[in-house]
Design a protein around this ligand. Structure first.
Ligand code: RIB
Ligand code: CA
Length: 328
């Protein structure tokens, strides 16, 4: 199987670590680098969490620390959703390996430019690092195949009524990325709200009865309790666990799980009231080039089955096993 060279830029973050679990067991992915964003928590915490969770999974990939702050606004973290430590206050091991001595921008630049084939960027947090990279080294565009990004929404928001968290935290970086001309697949709230675990799925995972599944249920229980309800009016609230960041990985692994449309998407960066809104022209009525493939539908049953299969494969890694993933 020809593996896809990827870099994962994330802000671990409860659903970010679930996305990392999923990515590390998939044979399709050749994970070259992890870079961390300030978002769900501060850079100190997300950079630590990435290495701590990879240590727990018995995986060691370069983890390079990103910018401490968004490009032009103050950092706003989501402590109420992801906890004081960024992982629902669930404790994973002390990292067994050091943080990279390269900054995220440097590591992204060198990893992309030295790759013998174009890289897919999987972005599951604010786009600060990628926006800064494109400002500093626009030439990287020539060796980036696409960006699979969890963020934005054609309708609604979870940070404000019209803005999703990742884009809200750094709208200017998102604007740079969405104007870059790099092919973008956007897993916005429109699709991630359909990619959920329901109570039966959570029970199925809990019934596996291992330390990993116990921790995953703890993480997801914290996430569900805290996640901002984004449906209008409480009669529409539910206890489903949204697999937001997994969608950005899932699309790279198996695009056929999803449906979407090519749309013109622009980012609101000036208005305080609607900062971070992704203006998605899903009515196809504006005379601008369609720059984003916006996902709106997912085969939830198959996606959940793939995640539960990933949990079972992760157990093998945690026990020190391999998954017989052939190297290129
Ligand atoms: O809006 C959901 C996104 O914001 C996810 O990436 C979650 O981890 C948070 O970063
Ligand atoms: Ca995230």
């Amino acid at each position: 199987m020809k593996r896809i060279p990827v870099i994962i830029d994330c802000d671990p973050g409860i659903d970010d670590v679930m996305a990392l679990l999923f990515a590390f067991v998939r044979p399709e992915l050749d994970i070259r680098l992890i870079t961390t964003e300030a978002g769900n928590q501060t850079q100190d915490k997300t950079a630590y969490n990435a290495r701590s969770f990879l240590t727990y999974m018995n995986q060691e990939v370069e983890v390079a620390r990103g910018l401490e702050q968004p490009l032009f606004v103050d950092l706003e973290v989501a402590e109420e959703v992801h906890g004081e430590n960024g992982l629902g206050d669930v404790i994973f091991p002390e990292p067994s390996f050091e943080e990279s001595n390269r900054t995220a921008i440097h590591a992204l630049y060198q990893t992309i430019m030295t790759s013998d084939e174009p890289i897919v960027l999987i972005a599951t947090g604010p786009l600060t690092n990628i926006g800064a990279l494109l400002l500093a080294h626009p030439e990287v565009k020539d060796n980036i195949r696409s960006i699979s990004f969890m963020g934005g929404a054609a309708v609604g928001g979870n940070m404000t009524p019209t803005a999703e968290f990742n884009v809200y935290v750094d709208p200017h970086a998102a604007d740079i990325v969405f104007r870059s001309g790099i092919p973008i697949v956007m897993s916005g709230l429109d699709v991630t709200h359909k990619a959920f675990l329901d109570e039966d799925d959570l029970k199925r995972i809990g019934d596996i009865g291992t330390e990993l599944t116990e921790r995953l249920v703890e993480l997801m229980t914290f996430y569900t309790k805290a996640a901002t309800q984004t449906a209008f009016h409480e009669e529409n609230y539910d206890t489903n666990v949204r697999l937001h960041d997994l969608c950005a990985v899932g699309y790279v692994v198996e695009p056929k799980l999803f449906q979407g449309d090519d749309c013109y998407v622009a980012i609101e960066t000036t208005s305080e009231l609607t900062r971070g809104t992704t203006m998605v022209d899903y009515t196809q009525s504006l005379p601008y080039a369609k720059n984003v493939h916006v996902l709106h539908t997912v085969d939830r049953e198959r996606f959940v089955a793939m995640f539960i299969d990933a949990i079972q494969k992760a157990e093998q890694l945690i026990k020190g096993g391999n998954l017989h993933v052939e190297k290129n």
